[in-house]
Design a protein around this ligand. Structure first.
Ligand code: ZN
Length: 247
């Protein structure tokens, strides 16, 4: 079974279309949250996801903010302005889609958990360091956990030893099959619509089950098309400029 694992689309339709085209035919699409927020096409991105044949999706902090289910005072001013703009654009059916997103999914048959932030804090925690993976591994009921939120493609592999679990950072190599090996593994596919690792190309992962392999992919897309729409919508300048350099 071939699965497109995507995260942090952030209303960037051009990036989402490019990623789905690159993935080609897949059996399922799994989305690790933040479908909306920041970008210019929230409804179009929701519609495109809904049209996928087998979609599993969890909620991100921006999805919650857009439907008024999260206090945006913790957001930076640009993110808050974008959340308010997004909220005004949502159609009733897009709103319903976002309202129905669960905070996490445990897929027992595949031994996989999907969550936007972390098992400890499904919506908010940024899993940026191996130490954070280490603090979360005890809370996992599955061997594998797919996360998003940081917009940075990375894996954390955790092995158990006499002193508990030790986690190490695994930097993805693109276009190479990576076998999900022994121990616990956190996989962050990076961001489709707002990459933050100095690479403006959309990032995602192709997952193969039951082979348990992942392949990281980077996909160029029409960044300027998204930027023009954001400018026209009056979204903050910093948010569309950062798409040029992927930070
Ligand atoms: Zn995000």
């Amino acid at each position: 079974m071939r699965i497109a694992l995507i995260s942090d689309i952030h209303s960037n339709l051009a990036a989402l279309e490019a990623v789905l085209a690159d993935a080609g035919p897949v059996d399922e699409t799994w989305c690790v949250g933040d479908v909306v927020g920041y970008g210019p096409d929230p409804n179009e991105c929701v519609d495109l996801l809904r049209a996928r044949k087998h979609l599993l999706c969890v909620a991100g902090n921006h999805d919650r903010a857009a439907i008024g289910k999260m206090d945006t005072r913790n957001f930076n001013p640009d993110a808050e302005a974008a959340a308010q703009w997004t909220s005004r654009q949502l159609t009733p059916s897009s709103r319903r889609f976002l309202e129905e997103l669960p905070p996490a999914r445990e897929l027992e048959q595949h031994d996989i958990t999907i969550v936007h932030g972390s098992p400890r804090e499904p919506i908010w925690e940024y899993m940026i360091y191996s130490s954070i993976a280490q603090a979360n591994v005890e809370l996992l009921n599955t061997r594998y956990c797919f996360v998003g939120h940081t917009h940075i493609p990375v894996m954390f592999n955790c092995a158990s030893g006499p002193l508990g679990h030790t986690c190490r950072t695994v930097t993805p190599v693109y276009d190479v099959l990576f076998k999900l090996a022994d121990g616990y593994l956190f996989v962050n596919p990076g961001s489709v619509g707002q990459p933050r690792d100095d690479n403006p190309d959309a990032s995602y992962v192709v997952l193969d089950l039951p082979d348990h392999t992942v392949t990281y992919r980077r996909v160029p897309y029409d960044v300027q098309k998204t930027q023009r729409k954001m400018q026209k919508a009056g979204l903050p300048q910093r948010l569309w400029m950062r798409l040029s350099y992927g930070w």
